[in-house]
Design a binder for this molecule. Structure first.
Ligand code: NAP
Length: 409
């Protein structure tokens, strides 16, 4: 019976992989959940092991002395302030983890390794990429683009797999909708808190803080439990061997379709004229000089038509979250409802501002995964509702009782 190691076991993506494996105790008899902290009471087949992936390989080998497995899910992530540092730290974590397994002579047991990365693969953090994004799209040259830590991690994975004759799979999720306490990129927690505080402020309205242009543009989302199902499927699927896959829900969404549903959940209204109002807290930040699509402009027939992309917030979320009246409303709400006090401070305002405000579409193709036999799908609004429900249970969000019942004319 197969055994597994999951690194990043407390993270928004890794945690769901642990739970997905735990739901199948007959198939996955022992699962080693690795992280520095332990935040959950796990099902019986899950063994939590402490690991610091920033330690050197010798140190890590000692920590891993009782840990070996047939399958490895690598979903650890440590955010740094620059792409150079992200590449150094996250690349080293993976490389030293592999070296530690070599030191312990446990590599021969490994059949397949899955590395979780994301759609920064296509440079969506730098500007507009080609749509739809497909796995065969060219990697961005570094330079002129900054180093991409996913590229370094994938090179390390490919080299390790070739050296030891191990299979590999890489996933590219996008805009993850999931539950985790205190992680670096949590869209659902942040927009839930934004809505709950607006309800507390008593205006009856929920203005969209992101860009007017992006409100009507398409984006692709990944429900974290669906990503976990994908990973467990891909771990043994013959068609997934030695391949990288986009992993998104399978629908495409716009915030003009999602935002009124969020407002309705909190019994608020989206202001009809929200983008025509004065916007004293707006911000507009340019992205990389040349968007990723520019490297393909010639072959796409788009030469001269690939301007610099921008992040255009109608309400700059990082600034909004620091306003005295906003903080006071959160303190009142958290006190009255018994919520986790530091949830607001820990929310990822800057990251969410970026997710809601780019001025380009992000359409992630699932064709390759489907051709390999994957049939999973999850509706994006339902993903948000499920995560909000969980966050209410965990006292991160207050109970919201409103429901979207349809569009009023
Ligand atoms: N979240 C998103 O919206 C999103 C979207 C697309 C792609 N991705 C990508 O998905 C991957 C996973 O990210 P995530 O968002 O799931 O991360 P996350 O929620 O921030 O979780 C990070 C995990 O890594 C562990 N970790 C961090 N430093 C560690 C260390 N020194 N030693 C051992 N474990 C450590 C953390 O556990 P401890 O702190 O307990 O050690 C935690 O379990 C990343 O490549 C990320 O870029 C994320």
């Amino acid at each position: 019976m197969p055994t597994a190691i999951v690194t990043g076991a407390t993270g928004i993506l890794g945690r769901e992989i642990v739970y997905e494996l735990g739901r199948h105790p007959q198939e996955w008899t022992t699962v080693h959940a690795l992280s520095r902290s332990k935040k959950d009471a796990y099902p019986p087949t899950i063994v939590h092991n402490y690991i610091d992936l920033t330690a050197d390989a010798q140190e890590m080998a000692k920590e891993l002395k009782d840990v070996s497995a047939d399958y490895i899910f690598f979903a650890a992530y440590l955010q740094k302030d620059s792409e150079e540092d992200n590449t150094k730290v996250n690349g080293d974590m993976l490389e030293n983890f592999f070296k530690a397994l070599e030191i312990n002579n446990t590599v021969s047991q490994i059949k397949r390794v899955i590395l979780v990365t994301g759609c920064k693969q296509y440079g969506v953090h730098l500007g507009r990429a080609k749509n739809p994004m497909v796995e065969s799209d060219s990697w961005l040259p570094e330079p002129p683009y900054p180093p991409n830590f996913y590229y370094r991690q994938q090179r390390i994975l490919h080299a390790f797999a070739a050296k030891h004759n191990v299979d590999w799979v890489v996933t590219y999720p996008n805009e993850v909708v999931g539950f985790a306490k205190g992680n670096f990129m949590n869209l659902a927690a942040t927009i839930g808190l934004y809505a709950a505080v607006h309800k507390e402020l008593g205006t009856g309205e929920l203005p969209f803080p992101g860009g007017a242009a992006f409100y009507e543009m398409f984006d692709s989302f990944t429900y974290s439990p669906l990503h976990a199902e994908f990973c467990v499927w891909a771990m043994t699927a013959p068609g997934a061997r030695n391949q990288a896959f986009n992993v998104v829900n399978g629908d495409v969404e716009t915030w003009s379709n999602l935002w009124p549903k969020l407002a309705a959940r909190y019994e608020l209204k989206v202001p009809a004229d929200q983008f025509a109002r004065p916007a004293p807290d707006a911000s507009d930040v340019p992205m990389a000089d040349n968007p990723p699509i520019s490297i393909m402009a010639k072959s796409l027939g788009l030469q001269g038509r690939t301007p610099q992309s921008r992040i255009e917030q109608t309400i700059d979320l990082a600034k909004w979250s620091q306003k005295p009246e906003v903080k006071a409303a959160w303190d009142r709400l958290a006190e009255r409802e018994g919520l986790e006090k530091d949830a607001f401070e820990k929310a990822t305002w800057m990251f969410t501002g970026f997710v809601l405000s780019r001025n380009f579409h992000t359409i992630v193709s699932m064709s390759k995964a489907r051709a390999a036999g994957w049939t999973g799908y999850h509706d994006t609004w339902d993903s948000f509702e499920k995560v909000f429900d969980q966050m209410e249970k965990e006292k991160i969000l207050p109970k919201a009782t409103g429901r979207f019942i349809g569009w009023s004319l």
